[in-house]
Write a protein that binds this ligand. Structure first.
Ligand code: CUA
Length: 330
């Protein structure tokens, strides 16, 4: 089994397309192949070293075991040639690995000049992609075989943008921009994770990266751009996702999620708060709860709710569309 793995991995390294497909996510970007080749090389070198060291220990322990009470331990000093050899060989291997790693890292960090730029905002707890024509989307849609540069930012805490299939990961830091580039080689849908613990719903801070043809991409971008002309309820429904409400509030099912459900909320009388007071869930209550979420916290969700305040994050048009949408969830 082990020899089979080593043989197959070695063969792949040798023909220059090391591919640990059996236990790694799909290689969907150019850089993924280089990363995997280096990874496989490290794995094989470590396995060989492990076999030599552990095997040698077992062999010598057996060969030079004490056979009788008269056995004397031989006087062992040192061997300069051997010592030089086992210092120089690993040194050469490590320098080689360093150089290989540096080349890949340099590729990863050198932003291509003619890249399609997309702003990606990571916030508690969702990803939002902003395109040059103003389109905002929770799903990151990109054209295939084209250099893409992401400019990452965060309005709250540190997140980390991670696409395993592309072998790329970059911290998203509040107060500054970080960037990342990739070139998707295959079409399809890939997972995007947040790889930096960022609060209650960190584990839910996931989205999809959809790689489509250039034609489909252009079409999608135009269709999405038209969505702000939608009727308020539909526009609000879209915003409910892109503005991250949906990651904590179920639209229809009660319970389970972090925030209270929106189902049947509008018009609710005697809506109980954590401090024992009750309110009527009218437009002004919804408005206040979105803009200053800490003002009134629903019973069972406090005492300090985890919801970020949206003051300054929404235009009046967006705010009323979201409220219209919440009103429509019966
Ligand atoms: Cu964002 Cu973890």
């Amino acid at each position: 089994m082990l020899s089979w793995i080593i043989k197959n991995q070695l063969a792949e390294v040798l023909i220059g397309r090391a591919n640990a497909q059996s236990f790694m996510p799909t290689q969907a970007s150019e850089i993924a192949k280089s990363v995997d080749s280096l990874y496989s090389f490290l794995l094989i070198i470590s396995l060989i070293a492990c076999v030599i060291v552990i095997g040698g220990m077992i062999y010598f322990a057996y060969k030079y075991r004490r056979r009788s009470a008269n056995d004397k331990t031989a006087y062992i000093s040192h061997d300069t040639r051997l010592e030089i050899l086992w210092s120089v060989i690993p040194l050469v291997i490590f320098l080689f690995v360093f150089a290989w790693g540096w080349i890949i890292y340099h590729d990863m960090r050198t932003m291509p000049k003619e890249a399609l730029e997309i702003q990606v905002i990571g916030r508690q707890w969702a990803w939002v992609a902003e395109y040059k024509n103003g389109v905002q989307s929770n799903v990151l849609v990109v054209p295939v075989k084209r250099d893409i540069r992401l400019v990452l930012s965060s309005p709250d805490v540190i997140h980390s943008f991670y696409v395993p299939s592309f072998r790329i990961k970059q911290d998203v830091v509040p107060g500054r921009y970080t960037s990342l580039w990739f070139r998707a080689e295959v079409m399809g849908e890939f997972h995007v994770f947040c790889a930096e613990f960022c609060g209650t719903s960190h584990s839910g801070m996931i989205t999809k990266l959809r790689v489509v043809s250039q034609t489909d991409f252009d079409k999608w971008l135009i269709e999405e751009a038209d969505s702000s002309l939608l009727p308020p309820v539909e526009y609000g429904k879209k915003l409910f996702t892109t503005k991250t409400c949906a990651s904590c509030h179920f639209e229809d099912q009660p319970g389970v999620k972090i925030g209270p459900t929106m189902k049947g909320l509008f018009g609710l009388e005697n809506h109980e708060m954590v401090d024992g007071t009750t309110v009527t869930a009218d437009e002004n209550y919804l408005r206040e709860s979105i803009l200053a979420s800490q003002a009134k916290v629903v019973k069972g969700f406090g005492p300090r709710s985890a919801m970020p305040a949206f003051q300054g994050q929404l235009s009046e048009k967006e705010l009323s569309a979201i409220i219209e949408y919440i009103k429509s969830i019966k």
